[in-house]
Design a protein around this ligand. Sequence first.
Ligand SMILES: Nc1ncnc2c1ncn2[C@@H]1O[C@H](COP(=O)(O)OP(=O)(O)OP(=O)(O)O)[C@@H](O)[C@H]1O
Ligand SMILES: [Mg+2]
Length: 277
Amino acid sequence: MTTSIDEPAADPRLLELCARGLGKTFDDHCVLKNVDLDIRRGEILAIVGTSGCGKTVLLHMLLGLLPPTAGAIEVADHELPGAPLIDLVHAKQDSVYEVRLSWAVVFQHNALFGDTVYENCALWLREHTKLKESAIREQVRACLEAVKLDVDDVIDKQRDELSGGMAKRVAVARALAADPLVVFYDEPTTGLDPVNAAHVHDLIWNTHHSQRADGSTRTTVVVTHDKDLLRRLHPRVLLLHDAGVCFDGTYDEFLASPLEPVRAYLAEMPGLHARPQ
Ligand SMILES: Nc1ncnc2c1ncn2[C@@H]1O[C@H](COP(=O)(O)OP(=O)(O)OP(=O)(O)O)[C@@H](O)[C@H]1O
Ligand SMILES: [Mg+2]
């Protein structure tokens, strides 16, 4: 299965996000062009591709953090009845802010702010819920436990006192503390040892399938080079190559695809995952 450009558009009521003709150019460097992408409610989507092909750039455009040079992005606004799609790039900042409140992101380089682990994980809960500080502390501890950190050891540590693997797990814990509707992970297991990577695999899977407080279904988008994570998640896979979408299909179709860029990427994948951050 190749790109779905010629297929009929999916039912917008079932979409969490819809991008059309998306492009990004930095000066004269065209990173992405003409990317069409539907993210369906409740699915796990993996975005893969060689280093530098534009995965993080794409993710940041989908998050509204980086303006596209071309194209449109629409996202489901769950604050409105029927969760209609609204324009992410041109909508009023207030409505996009509301949409983003139900999203969580694990950034490639974690993006922890310069404070303690506790403050990093508590901030969202303090600002966007009515929980008392004691309940926030309990929830933060539970999230740190879920990523298999030694809670008493790390909770009061400063960001800069964390190892790379600890910081990655704090970033995952922080994202999940907000009980997000849509979770975006950019390389959530790079730099983790196999045991901790396996915990994060389970956590991503379990979080995706866990019930939200209001009963709504979560959607997961993950950028990864981790073949074990792909095997665990069996996601829909989208391969970026040559500035565009080269493959879009199920995990099994991806493994069996005869397309040359897919074969080359699968051969290269373990080395990409092992690279230092
Ligand atoms: N702010 C920027 N200004 C100029 N060029 C940029 C900027 N951000 C990204 N790029 C370029 O865009 C291209 C894609 O970068 P991106 O970070 O999306 O790669 P990636 O696929 O996520 O790679 P990796 O697997 O190594 O994380 C690279 O050539 C990068 O240098
Ligand atoms: Mg990246």
